[in-house]
Design a protein around this ligand. Sequence first.
Ligand code: BGC
Length: 270
Amino acid sequence: MSYSPDLLKGQKALVTGSSSGIGEAVARHLAQAGASVVINYHSEKDEAENIVSAITSDGGEAIAIGANVAQEDEVKAMFEQMFQHFGTIDILVNNAGIQKDAAFVDMTLDQWNLVLSINLTGQFLCAREAAKEFLRRGVKPDVSCAAGKIICISSVHEVIPWAGHVNYASSKGGIDMFMKSIAQELAPQKIRVNSIAPGAIKTSINTAAWSTPEAEAQLLKLIPYHRVGIPDDIGKAAVWLASDDSDYVHGATLFVDGGMTLYPGFAHGG
Ligand code: BGC
C-alpha cells in the first residue's frame, strides 16, 4: 500500500488495542500515510514493541503505551504520556474490543460487564480525553481542516442481532448512538466523528469462523461479495476517514463487510 506521505503528515494518532488484528493494521496504515502513531496495548507489550520497530524501520514514527482502556486513570496516564512525547493528538481510533461469548441464560455478570467496559466505556474514556485536547488546541489549518478526528471501530453487529453474543452486540449497538451523539455535539467545534463497522475480518477474535475450509464455507454464505475480509481492508478505510479527503463525512458509519449487512438470506427467497 502506498499513500502520499503527505496525506497525514504532521498528525499524531492513537490507536487503542493496536498490538494485533484490526488495530495493528490501522496503526500501520496511518503510519504509512505519514502520521506518528501510538500503539496502545493491554497485555501484549512485546507484540506492540515489534510493531513500533517495524514502523520505525519503514521510516515512520511510533511509540507503544500500555493501558487498559476501561480504567479511567490508565487512560488519562496514556494521553499524558502521548502528549509528552508527541505534543498533541489529531486522530483517535477507538479500536480496542473483546468478545466473551455465552448463551444468554448462562452469561455471567462479569462477562457482560467486561465486554461493555472495554468495548463501550473504553471508547467513552478515550474519546473524552481526545476531545478535550482537540477543543484546547482548535484547528491548525496547515495540519488538517478539522480540529480532530475520532473513528470508532464498531461492527456489523451494531445492526445485526447476534444470538450467543448479547454483550458484544449490545456494546456495538451502543457505539452507534455514542458516535452519533458526540458527532452532533462536537461538530460546531470542527471535531469529526465517524465509525467503521467491519464484517468478518480474519483476526484472532474469530479464528474459529474461518480457519478450516468447512468453517470458511459456512461464513462465506453470509458474505455476498464472497470473500472474508482482512485487516488491511479496515486500515485503508481508516486512513480515508482520518484524512481531509473525507472532510464532509461526519456522524456516519462506514460498513466494510463485503455486503454482510445486505440480508444475504434474501438473495434467493422472501
Ligand atoms: C466479530 C467477529 C465476527 C464478525 C462477523 C465481528 O464484529 O468480532 O467475531 O466474525 O463480527 O460476524
